[in-house]
Design a protein around this ligand. Structure first.
Ligand code: AVJ
Length: 325
């Protein structure tokens, strides 16, 4: 093998994580990953968001689960292994597990170790028959499933919370394809999808009057200051959530209140007065639009459960039988 030329060390080495942040901030518009919301304070703030009168998502999804989990369980069938992408407080998961017929395993997959083990140990305590096997991994990247789940009749991927909305079309496609792989041949994907609706209602859900979402958004900067040694001034930015019709998404933005320069990992980023950082995108789908997206990943919508106002949906997807060519 040819010898690699030695790499010239840079004056200010920055690790992979910092590199990614800097790359995002060099785009136009400047971008930050929504993963930066979720440190300990951020997770608490998110729990508070879920309780806000304007934030209909969690409440509506829970009501759909309460009303229809029995039907979902019937369609899913007995002795399944549930693989959850992410690990929430476990409330929705419990509603599902309570109705499933003799589920054999529960495998939450989450990069946030603390949250993962908290949820997992709570469930293991309350469901003694269930094998709870947490996997600490980034679910957007390939990961191994525990060998023990081979005993299950089939695998069901659970992805609640409309978290798929955080991903772009191509990222969502890739993620759904991974889920297809896990569910194939006779399993399923059960996924929570927020639906497109009156933009006023959407903007209110992300610009609450108590200002909790603003704190949640700004906390990403605090997290970055601590984690990658950035020097964002939290008073230099203002939260705003905007409905972008052409992309069918809510954009969470932090608007710079003046010309400023931020340094991190040896890089200096100039931010203009009025310029914004895009911290999260929350795509909203029509039922048709989502069915098309799922179809691109060889998943067919088998059933849709919604609330009476069609604000939110929980959908059961089945992997297609591969067509021979
Ligand atoms: C956790 C991604 C579903 O998109 O509504 C709430 C996060 N951001 N308020 C969403 C969030 C601002 C949330 N998800």
């Amino acid at each position: 093998m040819a010898k690699r030329p030695s790499v010239i060390p840079v004056a200010q080495p920055c690790d992979q994580l910092t590199r990614e942040v800097v790359d995002g901030l060099r785009k136009s518009p400047k971008e930050l990953s929504p993963v930066w919301f979720y440190d300990e304070l951020g997770s608490d703030l998110f729990d508070r968001i879920c309780e806000l009168p304007e934030y209909y998502l969690t409440r509506t999804e829970l009501s759909i689960m309460q009303a229809h989990a029995a039907d979902m369980a019937r369609q899913i069938g007995p002795q399944v292994a549930v693989i959850e992408f992410g690990s929430s407080t476990g409330l929705k998961t419990r509603l599902l597990l309570d109705q499933l017929e003799s589920p054999v395993a529960y495998v939450p997959v989450d990069i946030a170790r603390e949250q993962l083990f908290d949820t997992a140990s709570g469930l293991a305590r309350d469901y003694p028959e269930l094998r709870v096997m947490p996997v600490c991994a980034d679910f957007t990247q390939p990961f191994d499933l525990p060998k023990q789940i081979a005993a299950a009749q089939q695998r069901v991927v659970y992805f609640p919370g409309s978290t798929l909305g955080n991903f772009t079309q191509s990222q969502a496609h890739r993620l759904l394809s991974r889920m297809h792989q896990i569910a194939w041949p006779n399993g399923a994907v059960l996924i929570g999808i927020d639906l497109k609706k009156d933009p006023r209602m959407l903007e209110l859900a992300y610009n609450d009057s108590a200002g909790v979402t603003a704190q949640f958004n700004l906390n990403a900067l605090r997290h970055l200051n601590r984690e990658v040694g950035a020097n964002f001034d939290l008073h230099g930015f203002k939260h705003q959530a905007v409905w972008a019709e052409n992309a069918s998404r809510i954009e969470m933005r932090l608007i710079s209140q003046r010309d400023q320069v931020v340094s991190l990992g040896g890089a200096r980023i100039a931010i203009k007065d009025g310029e914004y950082l895009l911290t999260e995108c929350c795509h909203k789908y029509t039922l048709d639009g989502f069915a098309k997206l799922a179809a691109e990943s060889q998943l067919t919508v088998a059933h849709v459960w919604t609330d009476t106002e069609q604000k939110f949906s929980v959908q059961l997807l089945r992997p297609n039988v591969p067509t021979r060519s």
